[in-house]
Ligand binder design. Structure first.
Ligand SMILES: [Mn+2]
Length: 407
């Protein structure tokens, strides 16, 4: 066997049949010899661990794979960066969001990853979770960028899974500005063959008619922006439009256009329900959770089962907690409230999610905005893994790998 041709495969085969592994290349010296599996295991024991502050910065120290260029790479859940911010209306900078969120996730490790709120360690359960890196999105041409994101999300989401627990892999996208929700929903419509329902945490509606941004220079391309992507998605039939299957905004506190509530009326016509940021003062996190779960309940009133896309604009948080964002609005939720709400809705059937509008140039030196975004991703991962584990319990498939049975 020529080791130089397929080194990874050669090592795997050698390990399988009990052969030692040899170094590739043309160097000289004592390393250019065969290494036994025991010797390699000893190296792994001595040097294989990482401290939270060491290593190359993948999300939560997860294994990194360039999934877009390696179609054989399988996963159950993929973290994928979409560093794109040329469709914003105010502050740019979210192209640096994926890097910042990964950096802020450093203290998340598989060793210390048990989520006591959820009762699961998402990094040590049935799911193979990979950091698939970033989509190389052009900052020069938004039409090309939209095509790139749509294609990438479709290719990544259509892949087979690493386990037999779920049929389709889940993508969690690190934004990037919020416009990426349009290509994400296009991909999910293609993959699931049906329009999705959306749970949207945000200060803003993002169902704005493009003419909400008045210009003497209207353009079709200009409709693709971070405030109109749900309007576009609705028009394209990507979002469920049956009155019994509404989508939900929560955390809303934006100013509206004109002199009245026309934007709300338009939003309602697009089949959305709204929960304002202020509502939490009257109904608490429990009330917010109940509103969401009741809105997504199945037709017979049972557990929500419709596939849901979860979109988290970090500006749902108050600028006190997340100033590093493109369009900050005072009067938002705390990070703790958002975490509590995310935990409360873990029974939703999340088939994809994003965390968007993290623009680290405007955050404090303590990286509070990116930390909040990394925590949001962790809570979503916890929910997806926990739901899969419950599914395994119902169907009797797979193995219980956690060593805990706290459910
Ligand atoms: Mn927003």
């Amino acid at each position: 066997m020529k080791l130089g041709l397929f080194p990874a495969l050669a090592v795997a085969v050698a390990e399988t049949i009990g052969l030692a592994s040899a170094c590739d290349g043309h160097g000289h010296g004592q390393h250019q010899r065969d290494w036994t599996p025991d010797e390699l295991a000893e190296l792994e024991r001595k040097w294989g661990s990482e401290w939270p502050f060491t290593g190359i910065g993948t999300f939560a120290h997860l294994e990194y794979a360039k999934c877009l260029t390696n179609p054989c790479e399988l996963y159950d859940i993929a973290i994928i960066g979409a560093p794109f911010d040329t469709a914003v209306t105010y502050r740019p900078g979210a192209r640096f969001g994926p890097r910042a969120i990964r950096q802020a996730s450093s203290r998340q490790t598989s060793v210390g990853g048990f989520n006591p709120r959820a009762g699961v360690n998402p990094y040590r359960s049935w799911a193979k979770i990979l950091d698939c890196g970033d989509i190389p999105i052009t900052p020069m041409d938004n039409a090309v960028a939209l095509a790139q994101m749509t294609t990438a999300f479709t290719e990544l989401g259509q892949r087979g899974t690493a386990s037999n627990v779920i049929q389709k892999p889940r993508l969690i996208t690190l934004g990037g500005d919020h416009s990426l929700a349009l290509p994400a929903l296009r991909a999910l419509k293609e993959i699931y063959g049906q329009p999705l329902r959306v749970l949207h945490f945000d200060a803003h509606l993002d169902t704005w008619h493009p003419e909400r941004y008045p210009s003497a220079w209207p353009s079709k391309q200009g409709q693709f922006n971070h405030g109109s992507m749900f309007w576009l998605a609705g028009n394209e039939g990507l979002i469920a439009n049956a009155s019994a299957q509404p989508s939900v905004h929560a955390g809303i506190r934006t100013r509206l256009g004109g002199t009245g509530w026309n934007d709300h009326d338009d939003d309602t016509r697009q089949n959305w329900l709204r929960l304002s940021a202020d509502d939490i003062d009257d109904i608490g996190t429990r009330g917010v959770i109940d509103f969401i779960l009741e809105s997504f309940a199945s037709q017979d009133g049972g557990d929500p089962q419709d596939p849901v896309y979860l979109s988290v604009d970090i500006d749902v948080l108050d600028p006190a907690f997340a100033p590093g964002t493109g369009t900050p609005e005072p009067g938002g939720w705390t990070t703790r409230e958002l975490i509590r709400i995310l935990r409360g809705i873990e029974s939703l059937n999340l088939v994809g999610a994003d965390v968007v509008e993290v623009a680290p140039a405007y955050q404090g030196v303590g990286e509070e905005t990116a930390l909040a975004a990394a925590q949001v991703v962790y809570e979503i991962l916890s929910s997806m893994v926990k739901k899969g584990r419950e599914e395994m319990g119902r169907t009797g498939t797979g193995e219980h790998l956690d060593g805990h049975d706290e459910l």
